[in-house]
Design a binder for this molecule. Sequence first.
Ligand code: THU
Length: 128
Amino acid sequence: MDYKELMEKAKKASENSYSPYSNFPVGACVLAESGKTYIGTNVENASYGATICAERSAIVNAIVNGERKLCAVAIYGPKMKRCAPCGPCRQVINEFRSDNGVDIILEGDNGELELHTIDELLPLGFDL
Ligand code: THU
């Protein structure tokens, strides 16, 4: 799967964001080891704390569909350049890492894709 295509899916998913409190839509798309992709978006809540991020909603979508190992996650926030995953999302991404880790794809300057890794974004990640 081409990472550009993965980012396009993340962008599309951001259009379904439910974010009336922050007005900060985010979309994500994960590529699982099976080769299948799963989208997610942030879903906010009046209690604020019950909000789920786009990355975790995409990962939950993948897990519900039987996936366990993720190869890549593309993340897109139309209001921010290089919309990087929050701390808890980094930990959740790490939970389902493939044997080769997980690539994190962001959109940087001039719409260029930026490639990071979960090991770079979550050094010494906790694991049991
Ligand atoms: N958000 C995400 O969906 N992913 C992130 O990694 C950062 C934050 C969402 C949560 C909330 O709905 C909004 O962005 C503002 O924090």
